[in-house]
Design a protein around this ligand. Structure first.
Ligand SMILES: [Mg+2]
Length: 290
């Protein structure tokens, strides 16, 4: 179990660190600049240090810490860690999340609704809650509890139900894999009857891998269904550009969960600047809710 939990957090952070280099570039620009990017090198639009991660990993750790602090009812603790991160003045923060943070006045759900209706033109189906929801699936024995907290952590910032729906599908897959299920089988079962069912045809999505959660999710599922190894998933996502760090983080999280910590090449695990924190949080998550 611990090997899978560690694999999930490291996989997510590696996808983030690799994709952080190519974020906002087009696929053609990535090719021109890097040929095929296969190593964690830093740089990119955020001028990352080698092994540095971005908001995807930071917010995932905030969700994890909130659950560790108060597993039964983690929402306000998660919110406290969100604000702690926000106050650290991060270099990258998504537009929807920034808007909600600025409006927050003691009630996350009210802030998300207000942001959606008054400031975001009714557009709040970004991928910012999908990128951080994985720790929920790693923390609870009960699937009902996983589903409840998964949905609520999404609604804290993203009012559009499409965001929560993607998180639910993703974490149901994660829950199955954590408990010994096969990744491809879990995906096939959980996307059936949803808007993501077409991914089972195995074709490359025709949309861009951008920040719209429906697009992100199609690419995530595509990389997971079409890849043989952990590296195929995160390297594939990084070289596609656009919102590559977030697609890489989301796909890398599930891939790391499936392959386990020992299934991730050591040099990639070692490259992460936050590796000690990731080990520590994984250990605590394992015992968050027994
Ligand atoms: Mg990011």
């Amino acid at each position: 179990m611990l090997d899978r939990i560690k694999g999930a957090l490291f996989g997510l952070a590696i996808g983030d660190a690799l994709g952080g280099t190519t974020e906002f570039l087009s696929k053609e620009e990535v090719k021109e600049k890097y040929g095929r990017l296969t190593e964690i090198v830093g740089g990119g639009v955020w001028k990352l240090e080698k092994g540095e991660t971005t908001d995807d990993t930071a917010m995932t750790l905030a969700v994890a810490k909130g659950i560790i602090k108060n597993p039964d009812d983690p929402i306000s603790a998660i919110g406290e860690y969100f604000l702690e991160w926000y106050q650290s003045n991060p270099k990258d923060i998504g537009n929807i999340i920034r808007t909600v943070f600025e409006l927050y006045d003691g009630d996350w759900f009210a802030a998300a609704k207000l942001a959606h209706e008054k400031y975001l033109g009714g557009l709040s189906a970004g991928n910012g809650t999908l990128m951080r929801c994985l720790p929920v699936a790693l923390s609870y024995k009960s699937l009902t509890k996983v589903e409840e907290i998964t949905e609520r952590q999404s609604e804290m910032t993203h009012y559009d139900n499409k965001a929560a729906e993607a998180c639910l599908i993703y974490n149901r897959i994660a829950y199955k894999v954590l408990n010994g299920g096969d990744l491809s089988e879990a995906i096939a079962q959980e996307v059936k009857g949803t808007i993501y069912e077409t991914v089972l045809e195995g074709k490359k999505p025709t949309c861009l891998p951008d920040g719209y959660v429906v697009h992100t999710m199609q690419w995530v599922l595509y990389w997971l269904m079409s890849s043989e190894t952990f590296l195929d998933v995160v390297v594939g996502a990084a070289n596609e550009g656009e919102d590559s760090d977030t697609v890489g983080a989301i796909a890398g999280g599930l891939a790391g969960l499936a392959f386990g910590y020992e299934g991730i090449p050591k040099e990639y695990r070692e490259a992460l600047l936050e590796k000690d924190t990731l080990v520590e949080i994984s250990n605590q998550l394992q015992f968050a809710s027994l």
